[in-house]
Design a protein around this ligand. Sequence first.
Ligand code: UDP
Length: 246
Amino acid sequence: MKAEGIKMEKLAQRYEGKAKKVYDTTDHNYYWIEYKDDATAFNGQKRGTIEAKGVVNNKMSALLFEYLENNGIETHFVKLLSDREQIVRRLDMIPLEIVVRNVVAGSLSQRVGKEEGYVLKKPVFELYYKDDELGDPMVNDSHALALGWATRRQLDDMQDMALRVNELMRALWEKAGITLVDYKLEFGVWEGHVLLGDEISPDTCRFWDRETGEKLDKDRFRRDLGNVEEAYAEVYRRLREALDNV
Ligand code: UDP
């Protein structure tokens, strides 16, 4: 899907999330997104600021959505406006998160009793119901269907897209010298079909340096490892280099 010509103005704020503000625009079909430096973890229990995070996440998401679009994945991304702002299509969000895993880390490590770093024999796909009050519980397809969160067709489309996104993302991040450990995707409906939405950034992915294993993502904030800003900047720099060589 090609970027439409943009002639819209920013209107009132519609919603303020943990990492982004969402504004209406003069065109009802689009949102104006502003990425913030605020960081939260553990369902909002840990709060802080990561300087320039909003800039990295905004620009990195834009680059990744463009890369995916160029490779046949439809996304909500339309246009980068500034360091912190982008225009996206206004999706009817499906209240599910798909977590894709290539290597064991985080909550999976505890759940299956495997050490962080265990390389999975094939990618794992997990569904979570998006609800802060419930702490985003893990669910399966039958929950999603029985509770009316998505149709069979939408679940199949999300699954197919997640599989394809994973192939494309792994190839790209390998060029950047980074292991794509795991990440979270969100989807929504636009004109009747499923598009990839939200963001793809060090807030939503685990990135490990392929040589040293160093963590280059939000785990540095979650686990108080220090050099958080530097890690976000480094991963963005390497992504740009890798895209120059695609
Ligand atoms: N993730 C996310 N938002 C969420 C939950 C998970 O972006 O609400 C990402 C997280 O950054 C990691 C992956 O999904 O890259 C898997 O997270 P996991 O389930 O291991 O949870 P965590 O260890 O972060 O509690």
